[in-house]
Design a protein. Sequence first.
Length: 122
Amino acid sequence: MDEAEEGECTVPSLGPAASAAVLRQVEHYFSDQNLAKDEFLRGRMEGDRGTCPLSLISGFKMVSAHRPAGASSGEWEGMVAEALRDSSTVEADAARGTLSRKPGAGPLPELRLSGQKRKAGG
C-alpha cells in the first residue's frame, strides 16, 4: 500500500439515478400540491418558506431508500443536500442542516385539513 492509499477513506456517493430520484421526491414534498395536505410536514416547518430539518426529510422512507450502505447520517444528509443543488424549488443549507422552499417558489399554500372528525353515529 502506498502513502496516498493509507490515509484515504471511501465516502459513499449517490449515482446519477439515485440523485435524480432524491431530487424528484424532495421537490414533491415541497410542492404546493403536497404542502396543501401534508399536515405532518407542515407541522414541522417554520417561517414563510417552510424551513425544516434536513435530517427529517433525509429520514423519510422514499428518500432514505436511496441511502448508500455504510453512509453515516452526516454523509447522507450531505448527499441529499448535494442532490438538491440544481433544484428549482428547494434550497438546502447543509451547514445549518435545513431545507426550505426557494424565495421564488411563492408563499406556502393554505393547508386543507382532511382529518375532520365526524360525530359518532353521523
